[in-house]
Design a protein around this ligand. Structure first.
Ligand SMILES: [Fe+2]
Ligand SMILES: [Fe+2]
Length: 475
């Protein structure tokens, strides 16, 4: 059952044709999805032939094929990992019971909310990134952007399948609403704030795919543990696609750093002004972008203390990152965890029931994982013989959700006055001038093998193709 049936209107590996009502419902949603793609998908790109990866199986070995496709013809479909025989719930109050193949009535509302919230981020990021094709630094990068975009579209399909199959009329209505909300729209915005921010330039895009797609990874990993088996199976396959998105971010920033360091060594300077005049992005500006994307993304994990998080865990809807690898009792009653609060101008640790702190637990796991890539970026700087190092800011820095919301904290983790914050915020977060400078570098480079001045070419092409391969053929 791992092979995907491509002979149907909706490619799938879930025997869709055996459930006529579901198939009809999804086939009715399909044209609405395509018209959303026409309106909100990558700007001006409908006729390009793009060298895309398309899933053809869910086997861990070689699940995809590559070939030039027009994006609106991409075969978006429904791909679930194969079922695990006799899968058991392995955390929460139902520990040891059989995983659910259907939605238990008492968890219906919460599961629907979890699926809709995840589903909403997928089209949101496509909307956020829709103008970036117009300023791509190379064909290689353009192709990667489009690959990320079509896969986010497929992730929407993954969530809409669950809504249609398991939530009846409510689910179908949610499926429509997912196509109606718009990133950044005042009247009908996307659900989570980070998905209403703009992704105005490619530096933001690389930071977004490194940091914010990694939030996606952690959310999907937590949902892959779910007692609701279809959710677990669909998120497991989404994770294999997600890995590429984070690669795009990590390697993108790494190439920006490489180019900057090269210019620093050639010009023998670390002066941002001189470097900017040479058309590269100075390292302090990269640090400010990093601070912004890191802090906005860690807000996505939600309030540090949350009774919803406790309910989601205890009832088996959402586990922890790598739940199965943890050596505790997987129920967590009576255990505690430390969260941060601010009191009398200081950050203080507060011991709270661990079940209520599971958002914080996931956030801390995320932070550890993100620091890994930052260390790899620093290796690039180190190798160039430059003493500068990038750092992830303190987790209390620039927060808007939870106990730390609105508390003014420096990137080093010191609570500061309003006046000090205002005096220093342009050193800590991208200023209007930084953003204008980065925007000024964005010009379209589409000749095969050519790259914008501010970014180094990748070491390798996609799918073992050369770097100067024609990744996108323009109509
Ligand atoms: Fe996604
Ligand atoms: Fe993603």
């Amino acid at each position: 059952m791992s092979t995907i049936n491509y002979s149907e209107k909706i490619p799938n590996n879930v025997n869709l044709s055996e459930d006529r009502a579901l198939q009809r419902a999804l086939e009715q949603w399909q044209p609405n999805y395509l018209s959303w793609w026409q309106d909100m998908g990558p700007d001006g790109s409908q006729n390009f032939d793009v060298y895309l990866r398309t899933a053809i199986s869910v086997d861990p070995e070689g699940w995809a094929q590559f070939g030039h496709v027009k994006m609106p013809d991409y075969r978006w479909g429904i791909f679930l990992n194969p079922p695990e025989q006799d899968r058991k719930i392995h955390f929460g109050d139902h520990l040891g019971e059989a995983a659910w193949q259907d939605v238990p009535g008492e968890h219906r509302a919460n599961l629907r909310r979890i699926i809709v919230t995840q589903g909403d981020t997928e089209p949101a990021s496509v909307e956020q990134q829709r103008h970036l094709g117009l300023t791509c630094p190379s064909q290689y990068d353009l192709r990667n952007l489009f690959q990320v975009n079509v896969e986010e579209g497929r992730h929407l399909w993954a969530m809409v399948y669950l809504l249609h199959k398991y939530f009846g009329k409510d689910g179908r209505e949610e499926g429509e609403a997912l196509l109606e909300r718009r990133s950044g729209n005042q009247d009908n915005p996307r659900i989570l704030q980070a998905f209403n921010e703009q992704t105005p330039d490619w530096l933001s895009f690389f930071m977004f795919t490194y940091f914010t797609d990694r939030d996606g990874k952690f959310q999907l990993c937590a949902l892959a543990e779910s007692a609701f088996d279809p959710l677990s199976r669909t998120t497991k396959f989404m994770l294999t696609e997600e890995a590429h998105h984070m690669f795009v971010g990590e390697s993108g920033i790494s190439r920006v750093i490489q180019r900057t360091c090269q210019a620093m060594n050639e010009l023998k300077t670390d002066d941002p002004k001189t470097l900017r005049e040479a058309g590269v992005i100075d390292l302090p500006t990269l640090q400010r972008y990093l601070n912004f994307h890191f802090s906005v993304t860690i807000d996505l994990f939600g309030a540090d203390e949350s009774s919803n998080a406790a309910t989601f865990y205890s009832s088996g809807l959402k586990g922890r990152f790598e739940e199965g690898r943890r050596a505790d009792d997987h129920q967590l009653r009576g255990q505690t965890y430390r969260v941060l609060n601010a009191a009398d101008g200081k950050l203080v640790q507060k011991e709270v029931p661990m079940l209520n702190a599971l958002n914080e637990v996931l956030r801390d796991d995320y932070i550890k994982d993100s620091m890994g890539g930052v260390a790899r970026w620093n290796k690039v700087i180190e190798k160039a013989g430059i003493p500068f190092r990038l750092v992830t800011p303190h987790k209390a820095f620039h927060r808007n959700i939870g106990a730390l919301a609105g508390v003014k904290v420096s990137p080093e983790g010191v609570v500061v006055s309003e006046a000090e914050w205002n005096a220093k915020k342009d050193q800590w977060l991208p200023s209007g001038a930084d953003r204008a400078f980065v925007a000024s570098l964005m010009g379209r480079v589409v000749e095969p093998g050519k790259f914008a001045n501010w970014i180094a070419p990748p070491a390798l092409g996609i799918n073992r193709q050369p770097v100067d391969f024609e990744y996108v053929r323009f109509a």
